[in-house]
Design a protein around this ligand. Structure first.
Ligand code: ZN
Length: 246
């Protein structure tokens, strides 16, 4: 199956819970404590300070509907993982489409759970957004959301214009869009990977592995991932786009 969506862009429904394999209370305890968020979990505060500091994680199910090779996709996932590792976040990737890459019909391909399990779709082009748009994340009114889309034709164009490896561009665009899902509404910043518009400077930094989340953004994402394991949320819709300057 190739091409985009019939009609308009389709969004994944998120649920609470289920896929929490990378989350344990132990892993996040110290992070919550250092963030001053341990009041709600005070019974654990006494022992939390003695626990080793481990990274929170997020699972990302990938639906490759763009026809790009699995080699480029896996390179891009590695690039994206490195960006998140710089923020102290581990990423588990599950390649769901084409289906042969998800033998046994992974449960992670059928479910999503904000914020610890998100879905990423790579399609050729958007059916409704302007040509310069590289990706879009679907956020509800309270800033939560489980799905982001990436438009690969624009990435190919940037590759031809700048000679930056398409896997490097794709990996950073993926990190940007997943960043929107983890950071919530109004999460663009004047610098770093969350800049709304990328020019040659951003692509040059991406090529050197220097296009990253800010320290503040990293803290916000890790706190959200850690807090989410004990609390639930849910809600209705806005979206945030990423585009590249011509
Ligand atoms: Zn954006």
């Amino acid at each position: 199956m190739t091409g985009g969506y019939p009609g308009r862009e389709k969004q994944t429904n998120c649920n609470q819970g289920e896929i929490m394999k990378r989350f344990s209370f132990l892993r996040c305890a110290q992070r919550l404590l250092s963030a001053g968020l341990f009041i709600a979990f005070s019974s654990a505060a006494a022992w939390a300070k003695d626990l080793p500091q481990e990274s929170p994680g997020v699972t990302i199910s990938v639906f490759n509907d763009s026809g790009i090779s699995s080699e480029i996709l896996k390179q891009a996932e590695k690039v994206s993982s490195q960006v998140f590792e710089e923020s102290g976040i581990h990423v588990d990737w599950v390649n769901c489409f084409p289906a042969e890459e998800a033998p046994g019909g992974e449960i992670a391909c059928r479910q999503a759970a904000f914020p610890q399990h998100l879905h990423l779709r790579i399609v050729r082009r958007s059916l409704s957004l302007k040509d310069s748009t590289l990706g879009i994340s679907y956020l509800l009114s309270d800033g939560t959301g489980c799905q982001a889309d990436i438009f690969y034709e624009r990435i190919e164009k940037l590759h031809h214009e700048t000679f930056v490896d398409p896997a490097i561009i794709l990996g950073h665009v993926a990190a940007h869009e997943i960043g929107h899902l983890l950071l919530g509404n109004n999460s663009h910043s004047p610098w770093g990977i969350m800049r709304a518009h990328w020019n040659l400077g951003e692509l040059a930094r991406a090529n050197k592995g220097l296009l990253l989340f800010t320290k503040s953004q990293s803290h916000r994402m890790t706190e959200k991932l850690c807090v989410a394991m004990a609390r639930g949320k849910w809600p209705s819709a806005s979206s945030t786009e990423l585009s590249a300057d011509d």
